[in-house]
Design a protein around this ligand. Structure first.
Ligand code: CMC
Length: 428
């Protein structure tokens, strides 16, 4: 028998269907509520609203579980490479050898930027924020690949996806090189995905960057950990933009803009600023915790808390362990890691954080590893974006392929003035 929920509203009883997710999670379907009652639901910041049905990523926030296409994140981070995970997320299953090789080849074939796009870098101020550049350049891909603005079949879609996943590294590395006044290093098709990014970031003409396999693995792991996280702010943005049938480039560029915010992907930059301030003696860890608890301070403990996780973020757990491995390998210990651990220890035994179930999230430790790789702080959120791109593309595709999807258009509760007349300027 179909499960329903009963709602009594102005003397009438209404039955609302209940939808059950694959893991038993329940959702009361209110899509017809307005039509039947003339009332909307108010769910500020969509904290309790399922935006869509999805088969891509599962999170159990209470238990700290994250799975991509059913596979636990812990099983994905040490063996596969990022390109394989991108394929898994986008196409719904692990690729076979041929499919992975074809996709990798498509990435290699699409790693260069159109010369017109490359020249655009010259007109951007050298100190421009790399996230602004990334968003603009991803959107500008639409100018150079107009044949992909509508995707009619899987072949065309795959080409658009490969262009984005491949070129995002090139764009990111070019923006870094330009900000330092360094010559642009073109991608090397012989290198794997992460190695190629590190090459474009750190090689110099006639001197190839010497690749450390531990660093390459750590970057691969970081990209995989960021690859999808169901309906987070940027993915919901990509879906919203895509729901108007906007093209894949424009939708992903919008995702970059959302990710930039310090409450979302920009938090990894804020974490490092906070740790650096403590390291420089500008603040004691205890003071940092005190400020985070003080609502009037306007300060938050960045890298802590999550809308869905009310337990340790499994990605943070993996990154914390990775920090140790990377530092052991490069035989350098960053004092920021000790400060981060101290902050975590203080927070996790403080009733403010315990009562609100605030734990470290993915952004708490990721920046410390990126720093160890020589990646500058203002590129951290760009690295998050490179990792998240397959997730955005997977969600865009899922929505695009769903014949029942409609334009996303929420309602509001209007609290403004009632009707009033226009007052001419002379009478004001
Ligand atoms: N420091 C201090 N207090 C916090 C923090 C924090 N980092 N996070 C949440 N709180 C408090 C918040 O003030 C509120 O307290 P009260 O109930 O007394 O009003 C309570 O905890 C619930 O927080 P919320 O802001 O209602 O939770 P939310 O689901 O709206 O926001 C969040 C989630 C991630 C934006 C928030 O926890 C936060 O601002 N964290 C710091 C920024 C951050 O690390 N963002 C990265 C998120 S994970 C990766 C990603 O998606 O990019």
């Amino acid at each position: 028998m179909e499960r329903t929920a009963k709602l009594t509203f102005e003397g009438h009883e209404l039955e609302l269907p209940i939808e059950e997710g694959a893991e038993g999670e329940l959702a009361i379907d209110v899509s017809d509520l307005y039509g039947k009652t003339g009332a909307t639901t108010l769910d500020r910041s969509l904290a309790n609203t399922a935006l869509c049905r999805s088969q891509i990523t599962y999170i159990d926030g209470d238990k700290g579980i994250l799975r991509y296409r059913g596979i636990p994140i812990e099983d994905l981070v040490y063996r596969p490479n990022f390109v394989e995970i991108a394929w898994l997320l986008i196409f719904g299953r692990l690729p076979n050898r041929q499919e992975l090789s074809d996709f990798s080849e498509a990435l290699s074939n699409n790693q260069l930027l159109h010369e017109g796009l490359r020249h655009q870098f010259q007109h951007i101020p050298v100190d421009a924020p790399p996230m602004a550049i990334l968003s603009a350049m991803l959107n500008n891909l639409a100018c150079y690949h107009q044949e992909l603005l509508t995707v009619e079949d899987t072949e065309q879609f795959t080409l658009a996806a490969a262009r984005l996943i491949s070129k995002v590294r090139t764009i990111a590395a070019f923006s870094y090189r330009r900000s330092r006044g360094l010559p642009i290093i073109h991608p090397d098709p012989a290198l794997r995905y992460c190695a190629n990014f590190l090459h474009m970031m750190f090689s110099v003409p006639y001197r190839h960057h010497v690749l450390d396999p531990e660093i390459e693995d750590a970057l691969n792991l970081i990209f995989i950990l960021h690859a999808d996280h169901e309906q987070n702010c940027s993915t919901a943005t990509v879906r919203t933009v895509g729901s108007a049938r906007a093209n894949l480039f424009a939708s992903c560029a919008a995702g970059v803009c959302a990710l930039w915010g310090p409450l979302h992907g920009g938090a990894n930059v804020e974490v490092i600023s906070m740790l650096e301030q403590i390291a420089a003696g500008g603040m004691e860890p205890e003071e940092c915790i005190r400020l985070a608890k003080d609502k009037d301070s306007g300060f938050r403990l960045f890298g802590f808390g999550h809308r869905v996780y009310k337990n340790y973020d499994p990605r943070a757990k993996i990154l914390r362990e990775t920090c140790e491995r990377v530092f052991a390998r490069i035989q350098v210990r960053d004092p920021l890691l000790d400060i981060a651990r101290k902050l975590e220890e203080l927070a996790l035994k403080d009733s403010y954080f315990v009562d609100r179930r605030l734990y470290p999230n993915v952004d708490f430790y990721s920046g410390i590893i990126l720093r160890a790789m020589g990646i500058p702080t203002n590129m951290f959120t760009v690295c998050f974006a490179i990792g998240r791109l397959p997730g955005w593309i997977a969600h865009w595709k899922e929505q695009h392929d769903d014949p029942s999807s409609r334009i996303i258009r929420p309602r509001q509760v209007y609290l403004g003035s009632k009707q009033r007349g226009y007052v001419p300027m002379s009478e004001r």
